[in-house]
Ligand binder design. Structure first.
Ligand SMILES: Cc1cc2nc3c(=O)[nH]c(=O)nc-3n(C[C@H](O)[C@H](O)[C@H](O)COP(=O)(O)OP(=O)(O)OC[C@H]3O[C@@H](n4cnc5c(N)ncnc54)[C@H](O)[C@@H]3O)c2cc1C
Length: 441
């Protein structure tokens, strides 16, 4: 008999949800993670989410519940709790090399909400543990083998190896999944790029603009270094922000970029009295998604099978769907095939290469225009402020929203409008060429 019905490798948003849901259904489940604490986030996260609007074919409806918020997944029919209220953000900006900026604002519905990742982990971990899931922390799973009947993992806890067996394994070990590499499940996936990000979370930032996210680009902002920086509102207060770099390897580039930006760059005065309250980093790998996210008795859920990122909200959804389908599989039915259908149905980039490209266009669109053209566009946007009741500003729809706002302006020459249309329609093969150039630079 196997040690567990199911072992879940990786207890991020997808893995914790899968552990809790399986335990709730009476399945003997063990969650394994290399992290020492499962109720804490240690990895960079911008902290935005898209609620009360369709996102990855799910609509998460918010319901305030005292000091908490219930998040109802209306398509998948389950609810999770966020232990605080959800703060909406109504403004978004881009600042160019020359200090000109573009702003879009909504009046009724926020562009997105922000969350504290630590609070997500606390809520999901304590719920899963209460439901009866077991956990093994500080444990790296470094090998996996399988037969028709069971899966065996080799796991190292504080220098000591042990093997554990299960009937089904859920690999929720995130981007650059080791389980995917070990089992050959990455065969056929296309690698696009890898890059580091470094984050400072700061309080006491004196930003003179209405609270919103700001993308800074252009070498002048970073003392000639290549890269970009995203400054996002943090739930730690109106003067709190997360500053996240989009830079190239080695990772030290991210740290240099942040230091220059906050201490010497054109906006350094915003940070004169600011304090760093947290620092984190992550290595982001872009590879095409798995089309069939399972191999034998192993199911890949969340970022381990994804293009870029599922985001917390959809990794949680994937964890839930993974648990339901794994239970079906344990009953001897074709649960993993059902998960494969759901995977393609909810995550559009599984079957549509344009959706992969859309995810990257926000930070890449500037490469298609000269500095003078961008200044011209940003000046126009000051003349015709972009104020909408609501807007689709998800990572997939943001660039289209931005470019269409320019296309609607009479002063923009037709040739530029046509170029914008080409960007809107570009699929991953065109965008991959631009990334390729970037990685060579
Ligand atoms: C810079 C950055 C900004 C982001 N911003 C946002 C945002 O604003 N909003 C949002 O919703 N999402 C954001 N994301 C994406 C989000 O973090 C992921 O989509 C989400 O965490 C995926 O969840 P997951 O459970 O699939 O994987 P992960 O969260 O990556 O969890 C994987 C887990 O597996 C563990 N693990 C890995 N390998 C092993 C192993 N061999 N043995 C044991 N344990 C292992 C890890 O310790 C980790 O706990 C961001 C990501 C990055 C990098």
């Amino acid at each position: 008999m196997s040690d567990y019905d199911v072992i879940v490798v990786g207890c991020g948003p997808a893995g914790l949800m899968a552990c809790g849901e399986l335990a709730k259904r009476g399945v003997r489940v063990l969650g394994v993670d290399k992290k020492p604490q499962l109720d804490r986030n240690i990895r960079t996260v911008s902290g935005y989410c898209f609620l009360d609007q369709p996102f990855n074919h799910e609509v998460i409806r918010t319901e305030p519940n005292g000091s908490k918020t219930l998040l109802h997944y209306t398509e998948n029919n389950f609810t999770v709790e966020y232990p605080d209220h959800m703060q909406g953000v109504y403004h978004t900006y881009m600042f160019s090399d020359t200090g000109k900026y573009w702003q879009a604002s909504t009046t009724k519905k926020p562009l997105y909400h922000i969350f504290d990742a630590n609070k997500c982990f606390q809520a999901r971990y304590s719920w899963a543990a209460k439901k009866g899931a077991e956990f093994l922390t500080e444990t790296l799973v470094h090998n996996v083998t399988q037969t028709d009947q069971e899966v065996t993992i080799t796991a190292r806890t504080r220098g000591k190896d042990r093997t554990l067996t299960c009937r089904k394994l859920i690999a929720a070990d995130g981007l650059s999944s080791r389980i995917a590499r070990k089992t050959g499940a990455n065969a056929g996936r296309q690698f696009f790029a890898k890059g580091p990000t470094m984050e400072y979370e700061m309080v006491g930032v004196e930003c003179p603009y209405d609270v919103g996210d700001i993308l800074f680009f252009g070498k002048k902002n970073f003392g000639g270094m290549q890269g970009a920086l995203l400054m996002l509102p943090s739930p730690h207060g109106p003067d709190a922000f997360r500053l996240e770099t989009i830079s190239m390897l080695p990772a030290s580039n991210g740290a240099r970029l942040l230091e220059y930006f906050t201490q010497q760059g054109p906006y350094a005065h915003w940070f004169k009295h600011a304090e760093i309250i947290d620092m984190s980093g992550a290595l982001v790998e872009l590879i095409s998604p798995m089309i069939t996210p399972y191999k034998g008795n192993i199911l890949f859920v969340g970022d381990s099978a994804a293009f870029g990122e599922c985001l917390y909200q959809s990794a949680t959804m994937a964890g839930y769907m993974g648990a339901v389908c794994t239970q079906t599989e344990l009953e001897g039915k074709k649960g993993f095939e059902e998960y494969t259908r759901l995977w393609a149905r909810y995550f559009e980039w599984v079957t549509d290469s344009k959706r992969m490209a859309d995810y990257l266009k926000r930070t890449m669109f500037t490469r298609f225009f000269s500095i003078r053209e961008i200044d011209f566009l940003f000046d126009l946007s000051r003349k015709y402020p972009i104020v909408m009741e609501e807007a689709e500003a998800t990572p997939y729809d943001y660039a289209t929203m931005l470019l269409q706002s320019f296309q609607a302006m009479d002063e923009v020459p037709q040739e530029m409008k046509d170029r914008m249309q080409e960007i809107i329609e570009a699929d991953m093969s065109s965008i991959a060429m631009v990334i390729g150039k970037n990685q060579e630079a």
